[in-house]
Write a protein that binds this ligand. Structure first.
Ligand SMILES: Cc1cc2nc3c(=O)[nH]c(=O)nc-3n(C[C@H](O)[C@H](O)[C@H](O)COP(=O)(O)OP(=O)(O)OC[C@H]3O[C@@H](n4cnc5c(N)ncnc54)[C@H](O)[C@@H]3O)c2cc1C
Length: 457
């Protein structure tokens, strides 16, 4: 048996940087990976999907070229093999960079294989046993595949979508949230017919109703069929002829297509980790239970990233690694609760989000002000011919602190950061009204919007 100072399970978004910090501090570290280096983000999540979103954007712009005075003689076609090859190259570059980093990291030993606990301090990887006083879980999550009838039809998940190098004639998507919407819009732009089936009354339900409706409008404007209130979804059919039943009663609504993508949630990779042998507590969905510093109930074991249910993003997983490293090595007491919620939805135009929604602010009952602005009143959006969407910001009327914001518009994923940084600085919104933003940008209208705040009615 080999012994180490720390074992990291998973090379997702927290593990590799953490390995760097621990080895730099003189520790002997083992890092175990059963799949491809980089985990979800690099191989089947953010990086490949955003690369494909870029291809889809190019297709969309080419189709709209004449609106900009650009004439393309002949038809615009999408070559899915090239789209996939481009995506594969971008993803591989990122993966190889990480692989090189870990292989060359002094003090770090890489194990390839599935890790499983034998005891709180000992892990099995294939035939090898390794032990350490500190074990850090960064095992991530995978697609939840729990729709009735899935065992009888072929279907795709975000992982198998990565192998698609052809145009599905009609893509059915179960799940109207971030993953489903990104794939839906991109494949519509590539040329597929697309139907999105959502069990709830609106898309992306954690967002405010006006944001959900604007997103639905954007997708429907491109010809995507959105089926809401599909409370009881089941699947039937066969290869190339798939039916999604939207009500479980016979003869109810149904959608038919050629291919099926299941994007109806995620589940943590904790069911096959032998957590019971280490007595690590999980919740009813399998997420490892952690405290505000990401410690599990077992001393010496931490859980970081998607597997702890404290965030479902690359930046939150990365930040988990920073928190644990700072607390273990720098004598700090950093906490997850110091983090401000921020994320983006990469449809086009993208949605940038930070902090509380309007609904959450209303529910809190606090005295708040809100400003809004349609993209039709943002010069930069008009110039780009991308006037769908709007932005809104909520502030506390007494403290003048920003509570939350949504920017659905061109560059919304970038522009939201000026608001996020002000929130981290705990500065009143009036600071931004003195800032001179660059013209012409979407960001220049944020101070203007702050000058038009109204009480929440
Ligand atoms: C389609 C899609 C698009 C996304 N887009 C975005 C985006 O734009 N922005 C964003 O912030 N987030 C996005 N996400 C979410 C983001 O990918 C995840 O939040 C992030 O990758 C989580 O990282 P992690 O470190 O928790 O784990 P992961 O990146 O999932 O890595 C976990 C690693 O652990 C390994 N592993 C698991 N179990 C074991 C075991 N027992 N033994 C050994 N190894 C094991 C796995 O093979 C994997 O490599 C997207 C996700 C999906 C699915």
């Amino acid at each position: 048996m080999q012994t180490f100072d720390s074992i990291i399970i998973g090379t997702g978004q927290a593990g590799p940087t953490l390995a760097g910090r621990l080895t730099a501090a003189g520790q002997r570290v083992a890092i175990v990976e059963r799949g491809r280096f980089g985990g979800t983000c690099v191989n089947t999540g953010c990086i490949p999907t955003k690369t494909m979103v870029a291809s889809a954007y190019a297709a969309r712009l080419a189709a709209r070229a004449v609106e900009f005075g650009v004439i393309i003689d002949g038809s615009v076609r999408v070559d899915m093999k090239r789209v996939k090859a481009r995506k594969d190259a971008v993803s591989a570059a990122s993966r190889k960079g990480l692989e090189g980093l870990l292989d060359g990291m002094k003090g770090c030993t890489v194990f390839h294989g599935h890790a499983r606990f034998e005891s709180p301090k000992m892990v099995r990887v294939g035939d090898e046993l390794i032990s350490a006083p500190q074990i850090l879980l960064n095992v991530g999550a995978r697609a939840l595949e729990s729709v009735s009838g899935l065992d009888r039809v072929p279907y795709l998940t975000n992982s198998s979508m990565m192998e698609v190098d052809f145009l599905p004639p009609h893509l059915l998507i179960v799940g109207g949230s971030y993953i489903g919407l990104e794939f839906g819009q991109m494949f519509r732009r590539f040329g597929s017919r697309v139907t999105i089936v959502e069990k709830g009354p609106r898309l992306v339900q954690r967002e405010d109703e006006d944001v959900s409706l604007a997103i639905q409008q954007i997708l429907e404007n491109e010809g995507i069929d959105v089926q809401l209130n599909s409370r009881c979804i089941s699947i039937s059919g066969r290869e190339g002829e798939i039916k999604v039943h939207l009500d479980c009663e016979g003869g109810g609504r149904e959608a038919q297509g050629t291919h099926l993508l299941v994007a109806a949630g995620r589940r943590p990779n904790t069911d096959d980790l032998g957590l019971d042998r280490a007595d690590v507590a999980v919740d009813e969905h399998g997420y490892v239970q952690v405290d505000d510093q990401l410690r599990t109930n077992v001393p010496g074991i931490w859980a970081l990233g998607d597997c702890n249910g404290q965030g479902a993003f690359t930046h939150t997983s990365f930040n988990d690694g920073e928190i644990v490293a700072a607390n273990l090595l720098d004598g700090e007491a950093r906490r997850v609760s110091d983090r401000i919620l921020a994320y983006a939805l990469y449809i086009d135009p993208p949605l940038g989000r930070v902090g509380l929604t309007e609904a959450e602010v209303r529910k809190s009952g606090r005295n708040a002000l809100m400003g809004t602005r349609q993209m039709t009143r943002v010069g930069r959006a008009v110039e780009k011919g991308e006037t769908q969407g709007f932005m809104k910001i909520l502030v506390d009327a007494e403290s003048k602190q920003i509570l939350g914001a949504s920017i659905l518009g061109p560059g919304g994923d970038e522009a939201i950061h000026s608001i996020l940084d002000l929130m981290y600085a705990k500065a009143p919104y009036t600071v931004m009204q003195r800032a001179v933003h660059i013209h012409p940008t979407l960001s220049e209208l944020i101070p203007t919007m702050l000058g038009e705040l109204k009480p929440l009615s």
